[in-house]
Design a binder for this molecule. Sequence first.
Ligand code: PMP
Length: 307
Amino acid sequence: PFPTSDKIWMDGELVDWDRATVHVLTPTLHYGYGVFEGIRAYPTDAGPAVFHLRAHLERLLQSAKIYPPLDTIPYTVDELCEVVCDLIRVNGHEGGCYIRPTIILGYGEIGLNPLPSKPQTIVATWEWGAYLGEDSAVNGVRVGISSYRRIGKNTIPPAGKANGQYLNSSLAKVEALRAGYDEAIMLSEDGYVAEGTGENLFVVRDGAVLTPPLADGPLGGITRASVMTIARDLDIDVHETSLVRTDLYLADEVFLTGTAAELTPVREVDGRVVGPRGPVTERIQSAFLDAIHGRNDRYADWLTVVD
Ligand code: PMP
């Protein structure tokens, strides 16, 4: 069953979870023209705190800028930060939660031209556990390289988080799950490793950490950027560099990062063993867990405490 909470914020109104509905002819439902974010709040000694709240809401507005008229919503990043914190308070997520803001096209037009539609802003929160399985953070996951390529720069721009682009991710996810894997790895149109279906990817080789550059099509993940900072702070070399599939087969360690998946080790790629969780992955993961739970003052400004 879907984990529910009390209220959903819809353009200034706090609506009961069960009544938070849109019309069946809402154009975003038909064409996927909308944008969204995924954010998490964690329990800390100071109460629940949202990880990189501002960065996520800035990315929401950047995604909206790619898709006019979604960028005409009347809220600033500061106002949206307040909305998220208020909603967490209202819904009483003391132990943390997942946060889903989305901007959709409102009901009223149904043609392919989105410009006459009025955007609507919605924020929901709920309590959500480990995305790739309860034991995945320790035991790692098995991944397969997808036959679906990651959306290209001039098809659906991978820099945005648009609802419709996740058709691409879901096709790869279904293929992977049906083949018995936990997650899919997607290559770019020209065959370089891009990322998972909702996670960025890292390889550990000779003690250094490697991740595909944005030019190879991954989303500029906020967890990805945080993990790169953490690794450098641990004196680990970090390089953004193009990777091919055999770089994954022959890696010392592989791991995935994302808001939903947090930092999840990979133990197998296309049946080649690259696990169990390795020492570099474990060091970075442990520092990451400290950062998100407010246990390292160095990263205190990555958290917005909801008081
Ligand atoms: N790649 C894709 C395709 C995603 O949907 C996500 C989740 N937003 C990520 C990577 C990870 O990004 P972040 O760390 O910002 O959640």
